[in-house]
Design a protein around this ligand. Structure first.
Ligand code: SAM
Length: 256
């Protein structure tokens, strides 16, 4: 098929679209493109595109990742915690997705977000870089089944939140660290391979996962509790579980 004439007509027609409507058309086109590239049913993404309530701001690649790792918690009595409330839309999305037995807590440094609490959504005001605050929060919540970290995205905030909240994740729970491209951005304290970024920290966690195979490295709490690390573009999902020293038994008969 010859596309050139159709493209020329579309370009000419675009000139006559009033600027106020262009943004709306761009959004519809973007949504259609995203839908076509997502053949599987994803209730979270469907909610997001249909959302005309409180604002939600997420990178579009996250939705399939969330659904892959979070769907087993749907309909269960889970404690869900999200750092970064902003306009409150994502907290409502989690409430809808996880179902009527889920309890959602949002944390934000902005006191205005406290007004966004509602039935089964609590908002706690605090600084995610403040470890004392995080310890108090952990005690208050007891345990967390699903944690989504979408707060201020600086290295100190991400590392403090991961270290203080990981012990509170239940066995079988998950912790998703979002927007990790901030590790490559100077304005968040990041830069390629700079020590102290969350991505470099995560590489050290991979070493810790393998401590049993590394001479001179002792297994620690991370070795024994990081059951999986799923690295995607800008997001790492950590599975919590009981990990014991691996063994490598053999079955069957030798061929030679
Ligand atoms: C990216 S927005 C959250 C977006 C929201 N989760 C969504 O999906 O629509 C980041 C939020 O983190 C909050 N924030 C920034 N620094 C913080 C800090 N040190 N502690 C807690 N929250 C912080 C900001 O006030 C802002 O509301």
């Amino acid at each position: 098929m010859e596309w050139r004439p159709a493209i020329n007509i579309a370009r000419t027609a675009w000139k006559y679209v009033p600027p106020a409507q262009r943004e709306q058309i761009r959004r519809v086109a973007h949504t259609a493109q995203e839908k076509l590239s997502r053949p599987e049913v994803n209730p979270l993404y469907d909610y997001f595109v249909a959302n005309d309530g409180r604002l939600i701001h997420k990178w579009s690649q996250y939705f399939d990742i969330y659904h892959r790792h979070f769907q087993r918690f749907r309909g269960k009595p889970v404690n869900v915690l999200e750092f970064g409330v902003s306009h409150g839309g994502s907290l409502q999305m989690w409430k809808h997705y996880f179902g009527r037995h889920a309890h959602i807590t949002g944390v934000d440094i902005n006191p205005r977000t406290a007004s966004l609490s509602e039935d089964r959504i609590d908002i706690v005001i605090g600084d995610q870089e403040d470890r004392k605050f995080l310890r108090r929060l952990g005690k208050r919540l007891g345990h967390v089944d699903v944690l989504i970290e979408d707060g201020g995205h600086t290295m100190e905030q991400q590392i403090a939140t991961f270290e203080e909240m990981w012990p509170r994740i239940s066995d079988g729970g998950v912790l998703a660290m979002e927007d990790l491209h901030s590790s490559y951005k100077k304005r968040f304290g990041g830069e390629l391979k700079k020590p102290g970024t969350f991505i470099e920290y995560a590489k050290d966690l991979i070493d810790k996962q393998h401590a049993w195979h590394i001479r001179g490295m002792a297994a620690d709490d991370y070795t024994r509790s990081i059951a999986g690390m799923h690295v995607y573009n800008s997001i790492i999902v950590f599975d919590k579980g009981v990990v014991t020293r691996p063994t490598h038994p053999k079955t069957g008969n030798p061929s030679f």
